[in-house]
Design a protein around this ligand. Structure first.
Ligand code: THG
Length: 273
């Protein structure tokens, strides 16, 4: 199964930012329902950067979403305390994803261990997204990405955290950034290698829309790169599930990779999964 993570409940979007400021539950609940109907397996929840009280905002978003749907949540923050604030009020019985942690940080060598420990509190469906990033920053080449992924896998094994509870994120940067045009290929090669690091295979996810930030052909770039990553073995992405054409590309790539049975109505069948 492909784990699509709906990206829209993010304070980066103006409608969500305004809904947070005015505590307008409707906007958030509509996005939760529409993304669930579009096939999101998780809903990403990110307070953005504008909210003064990030912990309170995360808790409010989680409670607001849970009033309307049972879709598992992906609590998205660089800050562990913000994730913890969401976790406290989250119904984890359907599963939960903690998004995201690097392998380690300059001021916290144990950050990954802390994410793993929190996910373990949720039971077997408590999972984490770990970035191929460490105290030295975001790597630009394949080998460093794979080496960091190996470090992530090693820590999971030490903590008795099954490696298929890991979603490894090779980190997508906008292709428009100067000198970033070598990155898509480097990411695909990293995915090829990360698949072989552990058994069971860790999941591979990424923030797909990052790729097209600032570009004119946003949807086209996102769709094509999604198909390419699926071809290399990615089985998850944080995406705009409300983009119908993107979701049709997803279903078609899954079908062509023999992950989804072909029938003349495979597009419709995929949406009903
Ligand atoms: N990896 C992981 N988590 C992530 C990311 C990642 N979470 C956040 C982000 N990256 C993924 N989510 C988004 C959501 C929106 C956009 C990109 C990634 C986006 N937003 C418009 C923009 O910036 O142009 C917002 C503009 C608007 O209001 O429409 O592109 O990489 N693990």
């Amino acid at each position: 199964m492909f784990y699509s993570i709906g990206e829209r409940i993010n304070g980066m979007f103006d409608d969500v930012k305004q809904a947070i400021a005015s505590k307008d539950k409707n906007v958030i609940q509509n996005l939760a329902k529409r993304q669930t109907e579009a096939g999101a397996k998780y809903l990403d929840v990110n307070v953005g950067t504008a909210a003064a009280d990030q912990e309170g905002t995360m808790a409010w978003l989680v409670e607001t979403i849970q009033e309307t749907c049972k879709t598992p949540l992906s609590l998205d923050s660089q800050k562990l305390n913000v994730i913890e604030a969401g976790f406290k009020v989250a119904d984890t019985s359907m599963g939960i994803l903690l998004n995201s942690t690097p392998l380690n940080k300059k001021d916290d060598d144990e950050i990954l261990d802390k994410f793993i420990a929190l996910a373990q509190q949720a039971g077997p469906d408590g999972k984490i997204i770990a970035l191929t990033m460490d105290k030295n920053g975001v790597p630009q080449d394949t080998d460093t990405r794979v080496a960091i992924a190996a470090g992530i896998v090693e820590k999971a094994m030490e903590a008795d955290f099954a490696t298929d509870r890991l979603f490894i994120d090779p980190i997508v940067l906008p292709v428009k950034v100067p000198n970033a045009q070598t990155q898509p290929e480097a990411i695909l090669t990293a995915i090829d290698q990360i698949k072989y690091l552990a058994d069971p295979i860790p999941h591979i996810t990424m923030g797909l829309s990052n790729m097209s930030q600032g570009s004119t052909e946003r949807s086209l770039i996102n769709r094509i790169f999604l198909a390419m990553t699926i071809c290399h073995g990615a089985d998850s992405a944080i995406v705009d599930v409300l983009d119908d054409q993107l979701m049709d590309v997803l279903a078609t790539a899954e079908m062509l990779m023999n992950k989804q049975l072909y029938s003349d109505s495979y597009l419709k069948a995929y949406r009903e999964l």
